[in-house]
Design a protein around this ligand. Structure first.
Ligand SMILES: Nc1nc2c(ncn2[C@@H]2O[C@H](COP(=O)(O)OP(=O)(O)OP(=O)(O)O)[C@@H](O)[C@H]2O)c(=O)[nH]1
Ligand SMILES: [Mg+2]
Length: 333
C-alpha cells in the first residue's frame, strides 16, 4: 500500500515549521506512544540541528506500558533526548512539560522575556489537546480526525512560555512500508486516503501474533485462528459482519477492528517495539543493497551483451568499412 496523503496544507505547514524554527528555543515533538518510531518525522530530526528537543509520547493510555518503557529507554539512551509519557486523562502529568521546558532552556530564560516552544507531530496525535491542557483553557481546536489544525497558532501561556501549535504533518516519502500501515492503523491518515481492507489485514496479522489473548477474549473465540484471514472471518461471524447470503463482510470487520483498536476497546496495544524496528531496518538495508547490486548486474549484463562475438564482429566490420570509406575520400581529394 502506498500513501498518497500529503495534502497541500501539510506542504505549507512543513515549510512554515522550517521558517519559524530560528525563533524557537525548544521543539516538542508529540509522538504517538503506540508507534514512537513511525510517528517520528525524519524531516524534523534533520532540521532541528542542536536545538533542545523533548519527545512527548502521547496517547499513553492506549499504548502497552511495557513497550512504551522500552521505547523511552531506547530514545533516551540512543538518541539523547528527554521523553515523557502523556495522555489527555492525566493533565497533571502533562504539566511536567512546563518544568522540562524551563530546565532545558534555563540559560536562555535568564536573558529573554519568554521561551518559545514549538509543538510538532503527525496529524491527530493530540498536539492541540495537549496545548489546551497546558494553557488550562480551550484555546486550540481539537477533533478526532486528522488535519483539524490548519495553520500555526501562537499561544502565550502567560508564565514566560509561548507555545506554537502547528498543523499535523506527515512527510512525502515514508521509507519503511510497515510504518505506512501503522500510521493508518493508529488514525493519523484520513479514512478516505486508505484502503481499510489492507490496513485491517495488516493489523489482524500483527494482533493475533502480538496480543493473542486479547484478541481471543475480545472476539469471544474458543480457538484463535493462526492466519489473519481465518481470524477476520471468525471475528466477522461473531460480530454479525455478514453480507446477504451469509457471506463474511471482510470490509466491515476490518472497519470494526480498526475502530476498536483506535478507541482502545481492544486494550492497551503498541504497534511496534524497538526490536521489531531494528529488524526492519536490517531488512530495509538488505533490500536497498540488493537493489543496487541488481542494478549493477543489469548494467554489466547489458555491457557484456553488447559484446557478443557476433556483435563484436559486426562492429569491427563497420569500423573497417568506415575507415576504407574515409581513405577513399582522402585519396579522391
Ligand atoms: N485516548 C486518547 N485520546 C487523545 C489523547 N490526546 C488527544 N486525544 C484525542 O485525539 C484526537 C485528536 O486530538 P487533537 O488534539 O485535535 O490532535 P492534533 O494533533 O492537534 O491533530 P491535528 O491538528 O489534526 O494535527 C481528539 O479526539 C482527542 O480527544 C490521549 O492522550 N489519549
Ligand atoms: Mg491540532
Amino acid at each position: 500500500m502506498s500513501l498518497h496523503w500529503f495534502p497541500g496544507h501539510m506542504h505549507k505547514a512543513l515549510k512554515e515549521i522550517k521558517e519559524s524554527l530560528n525563533q524557537v528555543d525548544i521543539l516538542i515533538e508529540v509522538l504517538d506512544a503506540r508507534i514512537p518510531y513511525s510517528s517520528e518525522n525524519p524531516e524534523i530530526a534533520r532540521i532541528r540541528g542542536d536545538k533542545p528537543c523533548l519527545k512527548v509520547l502521547n496517547k499513553f493510555d492506549l499504548a502497552d506500558p511495557d513497550i512504551t518503557a522500552q521505547w523511552q529507554a531506547h530514545l533516551e539512551s540512543e538518541r539523547g533526548v528527554t521523553t515523557l509519557t502523556t495522555s489527555n486523562g492525566n493533565p497533571a502529568n502533562s504539566k511536567q512539560i512546563i518544568q522540562l521546558i524551563r530546565s532545558a532552556c534555563a540559560q536562555k530564560a535568564a536573558s529573554v522575556k519568554s521561551i518559545n516552544a514549538m509543538i510538532t507531530g503527525i496529524p491527530n496525535v493530540g498536539k492541540s489537546t495537549l496545548i489546551n491542557i497546558l494553557a488550562e483553557r480551550t484555546i486550540a481546536k481539537t477533533g478526532n480526525e486528522p488535519a483539524i489544525t490548519k495553520s500555526q497558532q501562537r499561544i502565550n501561556l502567560g508564565s514566560g512560555i509561548v507555545l506554537y501549535d502547528t498543523p499535523g504533518v506527515l512527510w512525502p516519502k515514508i521509507e519503511n512500508p510497515n510504518s505506512i500501515y501503522r500510521l493508518a492503523a493508529s488514525g493519523a491518515v484520513k479514512n478516505t486516503a486508505m484502503e481499510y481492507d489492507d490496513v485491517g489485514f495488516y493489523a489482524a496479522d500483527y494482533l493475533i501474533k502480538a496480543y493473542p489473548q486479547l484478541m481471543k477474549e475480545r472476539f469471544k473465540l474458543e480457538e484463535l485462528p493462526d492466519t489473519e484471514l481465518a481470524f477476520l472471518e471468525a471475528a466477522a461471524k461473531k460480530r454479525g459482519a455478514l453480507m446477504s447470503g451469509g457471506r463474511v463482510n471482510l470490509h466491515k470487520i476490518c472497519e470494526v477492528l480498526l475502530n476498536e483498536l483506535q478507541s482502545g476497546k481492544l486494550g492497551r496495544i503498541s504497534l511496534e517495539t524497538p526490536a521489531m524496528v531494528a529488524e526492519e531496518k536490517i531488512e530495509m538495508a538488505e533490500a536497498a543493497a540488493k537493489k543496487i547490486a541488481d542494478k549493477a548486474r543489469r548494467k554489466q549484463k547489458f555491457k557484456d551483451g553488447s559484446l557478443t562475438p557476433e556483435k563484436q564482429d559486426r562492429k569491427e566490420k563497420r569500423t573497417e568499412k568506415r575507415e576504407a570509406q574515409s581513405k577513399r575520400m582522402k585519396q579522391g581529394r
